[in-house]
Design a protein around this ligand. Structure first.
Ligand SMILES: C[S@@+](CC[C@H](N)C(=O)[O-])C[C@H]1O[C@@H](n2cnc3c(N)ncnc32)[C@H](O)[C@@H]1O
Length: 280
């Protein structure tokens, strides 16, 4: 026990008790909607069911777990460089599945630029993880490797974000609840942006009701790619058809309605998120 905690008047701060991966899953991810979109889009584009899914940059493999829980013939391969996050995913997420379901998830510690875990129907690279590739050549290499990892009618699903607030230096707090229903604040921090190379540094901080904080729980240095660049590079890598799925607008609230459809025009929103669907 630390000296600090032996003193009766000193309480343990909530930040010290917090688990950054759990908070990330609660505040950033919505794997049900994500896999919902993937299943719906696949069924619109293909006449056969998809079974094998690869989750690149899988982190805690939350999305892989959602995939295998949706079908007895669903298999998932999660690929990530970081052994710590994979171990966390195995201990916390795979452990929530039945033994039969977790037997259909494989976790691979590898670089997505070179990983060759066997052909799959679907590859996901979500939460903008591929923005970590700063050079066009590297991003193309990643897309080429993804294409090589897909069956002949396979599909790569990506998300992307942008809008005129995306390159601004700003912080954006949002109120969230953890798995126990306790409140915490998720803070997205766009700390710096360099217009010359479009490089940006972003952090995720968490703040708790007792005022304690987990500063820089996650940090990213990435490039703010634009949709035309991403599309061009996907085509250059050999994908046959690349569509942007743009979110519709709810007429009453004037906010996004959560329905994404293939589009050639989008609104000049301050901040938007869309899906990119790249068919092999
Ligand atoms: C932003 S997190 C994404 C987590 C998850 N995919 C999601 O949707 O929220 C980025 C993850 O990518 C991993 N990563 C970064 N570069 C990688 C690479 N070249 N190959 C594999 N994983 C990588 C990191 O270890 C980290 O877990």
């Amino acid at each position: 026990m630390s000296k600090k905690n032996t003193h009766p008047s000193v309480k343990t701060e909530l930040a010290e008790l917090a688990d950054r991966h759990l908070l990330y899953q609660q505040s950033v991810q919505d794997v049900e909607s994500e896999i919902g979109f993937v299943e719906q889009t696949w069924s619109e584009l293909r006449r056969r069911p998809a079974t094998r899914l690869r989750e690149d940059f899988c982190g805690t493999a939350n999305t892989s777990c959602e995939w295998v829980s949706r079908g007895a013939d669903h298999y998932a391969i999660g690929v990530d460089l970081d052994p710590e996050v994979l171990a966390w995913g195995s201990l916390h997420n795979l452990a929530q599945l039945t033994q039969e379901q977790s037997g259909r998830v494989e976790l691979l510690q590898a670089n997505v630029l070179h990983a060759r875990p066997g052909l799959v129907d679907i590859i996901l690279a979500m939460n903008f993880s591929y923005y970590l590739f700063l050079k066009r050549g590297e991003l193309r290499e990643y897309f080429e490797n993804a294409l090589d990892g897909l069956v002949a009618d396979g599909i790569l699903f990506l998300d992307a974000y942008g809008g005129f607030e995306a390159p601004m230096v700003l912080t954006e707090p949002r109120e969230c609840r953890d798995t126990q229903g306790q409140a915490f604040t998720y803070i997205w921090d766009q700390a710096s942006f360099n217009p010359i190379d479009s490089g940006m540094t972003c952090h995720i901080h968490f703040e708790f009701p007792d005022g304690s904080r987990l500063d820089k729980a996650f940090s990213y240095h990435w490039r703010l790619w634009t949709l035309p660049e991403i599309r061009e590079i996907l085509y250059a890598a050999g994908f046959a058809k690349v569509d942007i799925y743009w979110e519709g607008t709810d007429e009453d609230s004037n906010e996004g309605n959560g329905i994404y459809t293939p589009s050639e025009r989008g609104d000049a929103d301050p901040g938007w998120v869309c899906y990119i669907v790249a068919q092999a």
